[in-house]
Design a binder for this molecule. Sequence first.
Ligand code: FAD
Ligand code: NAP
Length: 577
Amino acid sequence: MSVSDKQTEGGTAGETDYDAIIVGAGFSGLYQLHLLRDKLGLSVKVIEKADDVGGTWYWNRYPGARCDSESHIYCYSFNDEILDEWEWSERYPEQPEVLEYLRFATDQLNLRSDIEFETEVTSAAFDENSGTWQISTDDGETVTSQFFITAVGCLSEPYIPDFEGIEGFKDGSYHLDTVFEGEAYHTGKWPHDPVDFEGKDVAVIGTGATGIQAIPEIAKEGARTLTIFQRTPNYAVPARNRPLGDEDWEEIQANYRKILDSAHDSGFGMPFSVGRETAEDMTQEEVEEFLEPRWKEGGFRLLLSFEDLVVNSETNEKVSQFLRDKIRETVEDPELAEKLVPTDHYYATKRPPLHTDYYKTYNRDNVSLVDVDEDPIERITSEGLETGETSYEFDMIILATGFDAMTGTLLQMDIRGRDGLTLDEKWADGPLTYLGLSVHGFPNMFTITGPQSPSVLSNMPVAIEHHVEWVSNCIEYLVENDVKLLEPTKAAEDAWTAHNKEVADQTLYPTADSWYMNENIPDKPTVFTPYIGGVDVYHGIITEVAEKEYEGFELTESINDLGRHGDQPRLSVMEGD
Ligand code: FAD
Ligand code: NAP
């Protein structure tokens, strides 16, 4: 069946095939489908390139893949039945359990029939004459809709470094297309069939959150040798995973609504209190004493130790120092320990990974580290890989090299707005959005967890629910008021972009070469991509915009009014325009 074969019953689509097309069937797309279809009664289709739901949790099946958010808050909060019926087995669920959870939610909400699987959106163009979106897919079909909603994820386009001898993925396959004669994979598109490490010489390139989860598992799963190619070390904090028993669940269930409300009202989408205001006035010994219990508790609680952790270099340096010493205490070989100690960035200015036995893994006889900071990897060869100075032979090469994050998946889609302007052209110097949800020149397009929204700087289901609910309420308003088009003004977009930069510049984040800053991809503009003002603050801002009848947007009643952009807005005059 193709996208155009079946329209959802009901809805208001007359001139278009659907009221709304949603791209992506992860946490975001699934909830968006539910709200638009079941609350508003619109005709909606989700287009998903995988053959199942799950998004991140469908693709990232590498050994050790596990959630870093605590399970009881890494979930939908909108549905009491789902909350009551689902019980997580561990403090941090493994990838198969999160995938199973999303399948369960999909079935509870009866969503599958409106998802077109194994179909990739290859382009989306706004047609100014009809005021509709034309969305084309890789099976040669084109469908039209009034609203175009991207729920494509911030971390869903695997990044393959431009090493000589590597092309990308083999067509329709999970294997990388390389000159290498062994097996080659990327963690972000991991095979569904088990990968056998037994007796093999394995290379892992990359020590971000993914590499740090995968490395201990691969070392344990029978690899003869495991060689880790590290460019920059990271500050990883123990997760302290454990099974959740009946008692844990009783306690969670007794307070569940309160816990979730508190997550939704917090800066990072997590219901943990911040420890102290600052470490400025504390000695290093006092800081260590204060951090020790949080360290023992594990997880992101350490991130919330001091309110000024990411804005005050003095506080941060004390926490960073504590973490560096923990690495030195664990890794037996002092020379190796120093290679694993980060000194190039402040803690948390790159996404801070959690780990289980990562540093201990380096004490194993079958594990070694190659520092490629000074001597970069240049090429993949038929036998392995080469840095500028050394050749290595392997049976398997694993890229844990991350993602073309935040904008990569959106830009892959060839999205065109008014006057044929591509999103690529529009964002040549970095993302420009209003609220991280909409783009001037691209009417009726909504970007769930888009750049310049809190997204990756949060426990993401919280940020996702805020966005999805806002979009649903907005579309309800448009339908009720007979508004054809909604588009942010240029002034509102400029102001939001400037505000993003202003807030980011008050923090330490821009000092790190991180994927938050686009720095992991050569040639991408250096700019801080998520919104760092806080989930709670951000939610307040977007709620107020809606309450002020979509302040900052231009609303157009009739398609005949198209082309009059820049003239007076039709339904409400927006501030700053
Ligand atoms: P995704 O889950 O990325 O789903 C997007 C979907 O869009 C995918 O299924 C993709 O196939 C589809 N798609 C993209 N482009 C197209 C196209 N052109 N045509 C058709 N379909 C398309 N966040 C946390 O808060 N806590 C965590 O512990 C955490 N752990 C993570 C672990 C890993 C390994 C990774 C990579 C990310 C993690 N994240 C975590 C972030 C995670 O991405 C979000 O929590 C959440 O799953 C995002 O859901 P989503 O629906 O917005 O996007
Ligand atoms: P990442 O953080 O971008 O890490 C990629 C790694 O590859 C880095 O160590 C990077 O080194 C290295 N690398 C890239 N190009 C290289 C090259 N040419 N040569 C050598 N090394 C190279 O990617 P990730 O680890 O996949 O994580 C991405 C994000 O996904 C995380 O930050 C997090 O948000 C999410 N994630 C979450 C979880 C979880 O919560 N459980 C798990 C995994 C991922 P440099 O640091 O020097 O660039």
